[in-house]
Design a binder for this molecule. Structure first.
Ligand SMILES: Cc1ncc(COP(=O)(O)O)c(C=O)c1O
Length: 449
């Protein structure tokens, strides 16, 4: 019998005998996996992260002749074993908090390949990062630079190498809240990141006056943009190169250029995969056109490396019609994966237990007490027949998934497994139980009667 070809096969799946299989983990099918291990369960294909790394490297090797460094954006997924894999792949890291810096280094990414880009950074953060950690800092606000300058002697950081984050005036992203350049996002929210173009030269000079060595100009325009937004990136890059020209007039030349992260992934069938070849070519062409010479090109992909490596497996507790809509209630929630609720983000949902079943229209809901706790939001959709006890797979949950989760309603955070070289790695201690959730509370302290 010929099997139906599903558009999501390229993410590492196969369908055989009405069961969904992972192409790189062959011990048993994904329904059996979800029956052996507690759900909700994030299952990551390490192989997919390797493939994505190779794809990005090859795009640059083909289209750009200079030195390129790929620094994984740890915020996308800090699961320790994913960081191990990132280290094995020889990638560096972009980190956003002192804790991310420390964990990243603990998992084997060399200190000189870690750069911190933070927002609302305190003196204590800086002390931890620069004095004790000796991590490279990307200056996002002038106040950070001043704090470093004021503590230069005390922290013994003369000659510190720095990166400076520019707001290149044009942003892009899958949702207004993840657009990080420009003046305001599409909802009118003022952009808090980076330093405006007209202030950059003064900031570089101030850094030099403090005796620091600003050697990198950084931008990050936003997250989750695809081919149709590459033109925004191109304009942002053009603006950045104009700033680099201005900087060379002040004696800052041969800088590193860090273009940040942001390339998106194909969440929907109707979308196209991110054109990494075009992206690398645009960077190469814009650099040639501008005549700006750079030392090293740095990119900071997060989502595009890990996003489609992971499926969230969740069991269906109840299937019931309410107000004429068929609801499939699962053992996951907006606490497990908040993207649909937070960004109205679309995640493909497949029936792992019955991929060839007769499709019907379903709302797929969670197990906490909000109407918005649904993975299909306002658009119930066609999914192969769902029965109570079935395992559903919510695709593309590898980036900004588990790391944004919460134990709302005392529903524990999900179980995490990963495939690496065909072997199963248990990355978490199962689904969080009550005592694990309560760990940070002094539950033993009781109020007097
Ligand atoms: C400075 C910086 N670099 C890289 C990234 C990674 O973005 P993405 O996961 O979209 O590639 C982010 C995400 O917000 C970021 O703030």
């Amino acid at each position: 019998m010929t099997q139906k070809q599903y558009w999501w096969f390229f993410k590492g799946f196969d369908v055989r005998d009405n069961k969904v299989w992972s192409r790189s983990f062959k011990d048993y099918n994904l329904e059996d996996l979800a029956k052996r291990y507690p759900t909700p369960l994030y299952f990551t294909h390490g192989k997919r992260i390797e493939d994505r790394t190779r794809l990005i490297r090859e795009a640059f090797a083909k289209n750009y002749t200079g030195e390129v460094e790929i620094n994984y954006a740890v915020k996308a997924n800090y699961c320790p074993q994913i960081l191990d894999l990132i280290a094995l792949l020889g990638l560096g890291a972009d980190v956003v908090s002192p804790n991310e810096a420390v964990l990243t280094e603990q998992r084997g990414i060399p200190k000189n390949r870690i750069m911190f880009t933070g927002t609302s950074v305190s003196k204590d953060d800086l002390e931890q990062l620069v004095k004790f950690g000796n991590y490279k800092i990307n200056i996002d606000s002038i106040s950070q630079l001043k704090k470093l300058g004021e503590h230069r002697d005390e922290w013994n950081i003369h000659g510190l190498n720095l990166s400076i984050r520019l707001n290149p005036s044009v942003g892009a992203g899958h949702n207004p809240d993840v657009i990080t350049a420009g003046i305001r996002n599409d909802d009118g929210v003022p952009i808090k990141f980076g330093i405006e173009q007209e202030k950059i030269a003064a900031v570089f000079k101030t850094a030099r006056d403090y005796g620091f060595h600003p050697d990198t100009l950084h931008i990050h325009i936003g997250s989750g943009w695809l081919g149709n937004d590459v033109h925004s990136f191109k304009i942002a890059l053009h603006n950045t190169l104009e700033v680099m020209k201005e900087l060379s007039g002040h004696g800052f030349s041969n800088l590193n250029l860090d273009v940040g992260g942001g390339p998106g992934i194909r969440y929907r069938e109707s979308q196209e995969s991110f054109p990494f070849d075009t992206y690398a070519k645009i960077i190469s062409e814009e650099l040639s056109r501008s005549g700006v010479k750079i030392q090293k090109l740095i990119t900071e992909p997060g989502r595009s490396l890990v996003g489609d490596s992971t499926v969230l497996l969740t069991r269906v507790n109840t299937v019931e019609e309410k107000n004429g809509i068929l609801h499939a209630f699962t053992d996951a929630s907006m606490g497990t994966l908040i993207r649909p609720k937070l960004y109205h983000a679309y995640h493909e949902i497949i029936n792992i237990s019955n991929p060839d079943g007769q499709p019907n229209i379903y709302a797929v809901d969670g197990n906490v007490c909000e109407t918005g706790d649904t993975f299909t939001q306002d658009k119930p959709r066609e999914i192969p027949e769902i029965r109570e006890g079935d395992i559903l797979g919510i695709l593309d949950a590898g980036a900004y998934g588990d790391v944004m989760s919460s134990p709302y309603c005392l529903r524990g955070r999900a179980n995490i497994l990963m495939e690496h070289r065909g072997k199963l790695i248990q990355c978490s201690k199962g689904v969080e139980d009550l005592s694990q959730i309560l760990h940070r509370f002094n539950a033993g302290v009781r109020l007097e009667k």
